[in-house]
Design a protein around this ligand. Sequence first.
Ligand SMILES: CC(C)(COP(=O)(O)OP(=O)(O)OC[C@H]1O[C@@H](n2cnc3c(N)ncnc32)[C@H](O)[C@@H]1OP(=O)(O)O)[C@@H](O)C(=O)NCCC(=O)NCCS
Length: 199
Amino acid sequence: MTVSPLPYPLRLTGTGIVLREWRWEDLDDLVALLDEPDIARWTLMPSPFDVPAGLAYLRRAHQGRVNGSRIQLAITADGGRPLGEVLLFNVGAEAREAELGYLVGRPFRRQGLATAALSLLTGYAVDTLRLRRLLLRIDRGNSGSTSVARRCGYRPAAEPLIEQAGPYGPVHLGTWEYLEGRPRDDRRNNVASRRYGRR
Ligand SMILES: CC(C)(COP(=O)(O)OP(=O)(O)OC[C@H]1O[C@@H](n2cnc3c(N)ncnc32)[C@H](O)[C@@H]1OP(=O)(O)O)[C@@H](O)C(=O)NCCC(=O)NCCS
């Protein structure tokens, strides 16, 4: 079975949010979102994350979308201003698995956005791309991210920690997995709708 190239362009709607392709005009918003210590710490993003870093990031994102090697979408409330990002990459066609990642800008946290975005992309990966196993790599100290993973049906996998050098010292990435057929918690899927008052 092959899952590449991944669909492009893509717009996913549900769980109270819209996931859309990055646009060149998002540059200033992207820099404002990503130039932030927690993002540098937990995602190993360049820091400071300035306009040249943002341009390079958008170019890489565009390349990965056009060649179908990854899904990389802005998290938005309604298709407009980006509030964060969710990704799917490292697709292993044979094993029908892929890695996912996410981040949310500091002003927009604790509104259910990461949960909504991960839940929406997880559903798409399983139901439409027919992937069987989805993976997250999360530092063992990143309690916000592990809560999001758990809420979306991911569980710790029996894999050794991956150690990487980070700007704030070494990070120890644990692997979390979502297996096809695992029930998704639909009570959580409307978190963003509730917070934005839309149903
Ligand atoms: C981790 C991150 C993505 C969470 O995004 P978010 O949109 O705030 O997450 P949600 O609002 O969906 O959070 C859902 C639940 O997770 C838990 N949670 C989220 N952030 C938390 C934090 N900083 N500390 C403790 N619990 C947290 C809470 O239980 C929360 O529910 P509640 O707000 O009703 O209490 C965001 O903080 C972020 O972008 N951090 C920096 C980048 C990063 O760590 N990315 C993940 C790399 S693996």
